[in-house]
Design a protein around this ligand. Sequence first.
Ligand code: TRP
Length: 332
Amino acid sequence: MKKKIIFSGIQPTGILTIGNYIGALSQWKKLQKKYFCIYCIADLHALTNYHKKSILNNNILNTLSLFLASGINPEKSIIFIQSHVPQHTQLCWILNCFTNFSIMKRMIQFKEKINSNKNVNMGLFNYPILMAADILLYQTYKVPVGKDQIQHIELVRDIACKFNNFYGEKIFKIPEKKMNKNFGSCIMSLLNPMKKMSKSDKNKNNIITLFDDDIIIRKKIKSAVTDSNNPPKIVFDLKNKPGISNLLIILSNITKIPIEKLEFRFKNKNYNDFKESVVYNLCLFLNKLRKKYYFYRKNEELLKNIINNGSKKAKKYAKITLKKVHNVIGLK
Ligand code: TRP
């Protein structure tokens, strides 16, 4: 039987955090066993924030290297760059015309951007429609995403249904969201565990980036919030002990030891012992990951090959869907 298709994307912006790794990349790696995976470096989405040429180029290669270091295998999966497959922007325009303005005005992420008073360009407004094009071009079965993207996936489903119904043909497969089961999608800020860990956080003590060295990791974990209620036990309790729970989720994901086992292991230990273990394991884990990362990042020839092959493969699929769309609309 043919494997079902998984599609996801990530923007090549900034330095990724341990949250991005646990929530996205490590999951993407696992999905390769069961599914045919297509992973996109969404450089066109990244244009919604302005970047200098060299920074964007660099971020794309960095992100790709991290994909590879995380075990995403270009022999098994398609890894490609969004702007190299022009069908994405072509389909995006068509989908724009099938998307209701009033629905777009309700997108939470966009509303947050408006409130943040930053440069609000039309790209930010249309952002979810480009996501729809990304996903629908590949007849995607499921899209692994974090909580913050759920509304966008609902929108993609609405657009696809509306298009299919209008023409009375099943042109697009209706995609489903795929949520991460073992709390991976909710790695929280170290100093404010009620808020998601975000690479754009101004206070860098809130996040562990994949490039923090051992000294910085120690400093950040040592100052992480540990919930002031007594007794100071290491237990998983998202409501009453969000800080400790967050560190347990991180430790469990990088060591592959289930949370219950960790709770047992630290039953008679104090916060300090527990944090020492988090520091030790994080340093070990990140040093290993970085070694692999630099192996790929130094080999630009290899990266370019992977990019070219990926784009070629992606185009093959994208062309088929776009042709169907053009045909049914009457754009021949
Ligand atoms: N918007 C996503 C994010 O910032 C990235 C993305 C672009 C994406 N296209 C996608 C995710 C398609 C899932 C499917 O996280």
